[in-house]
Write a protein that binds this ligand. Structure first.
Ligand SMILES: [Zn+2]
Ligand SMILES: [Zn+2]
Length: 238
């Protein structure tokens, strides 16, 4: 099993973020080759991942599941535990290119719903105050690379914070953009694009508030009756 785990971690590093479908596509041949039984249910995949994390955490790395409402999917994200916007982008890039990553991240995070129109990502305003500019074609190349790595997500001609940023840079985002980016009161993880209380407008993960409302019918924050209808947004059946 150890060799399967090592192979799986390598695949997670390469893909950065993985849907359950991709996880299954990776584990099927890996387990077959090494003649071990494949973790097939979501629960068994989670147990498999938590066993891997026991040894990964010492190396400053982690595999984290996150629900991502923009795609209605849950992803497994590979993260370095002490990452900052500067450390994320520093491999083989010029200082201006690194700055582009930080400025783009901040630009998106400063929006109420943490997304911008795609063409705003190439705005020269982003690089104001830096000594050199980055060519537009280079910006497109970098954005494509960072999107593949899960730091950003493109959907309907808009660019959103990606699943990897939400996990790996959650401390940075929560402390530098605390006006929009907050943790869910119930699970203490970052919550975006999810369900809101009709009275106080505070945001919760759908699953978290769904579980909470099975015992009570009031908002955990303001204490008023919960009125927002709940749909399960991240069911695997979608
Ligand atoms: Zn939550
Ligand atoms: Zn409320």
């Amino acid at each position: 099993m150890e060799v399967v785990k090592r192979g799986f971690v390598r695949a997670c590093k390469n893909h950065s973020y993985l849907s359950y479908e991709l996880i299954d596509n990776i584990l099927s041949p890996l387990c077959a080759n090494h003649k071990v039984s494949k973790p097939s249910s979501k629960e068994s995949v989670k147990v498999f991942v938590s066993e891997i994390n026991d040894s990964l955490n010492d190396l400053g790395q982690s595999l984290v599941f996150i629900k991502y409402p923009i795609k209605g999917e849950e992803y497994l994200v590979y993260v370095k535990t002490d990452a900052t916007p500067d450390s994320v982008s520093n491999t083989g890039l010029t200082p201006e290119e690194c700055q582009y990553f930080s400025k783009l991240l901040d630009r998106i995070a400063a929006e109420e719903d943490c997304n911008i129109p795609w063409n705003a990502a190439y705005s020269e305003l982003l690089l104001q105050g830096t000594s050199k500019t980055v060519k537009k074609s280079r910006m497109q190349e970098l954005l494509q690379k960072w999107t593949q790595m899960g730091y950003f997500m493109e959907l309907d001609e808009r660019i959103f914070l990606g699943p990897r940023s939400l996990v790996e840079l959650s401390f940075y985002l929560g402390s530098h953009h605390e006006e929009h980016i907050k943790n869910c009161m119930l699970c203490k993880c970052l919550v975006l694009w999810d369900t809101r209380c009709g009275s106080c407008n505070i945001q919760f993960h759908r699953e978290c508030i769904h579980t909470y409302l099975q015992r009570r019918d009031i908002c955990p924050s303001c204490g008023n009756l919960w009125t927002t209808p709940l749909r399960r947004s991240t069911d695997s059946s979608q």
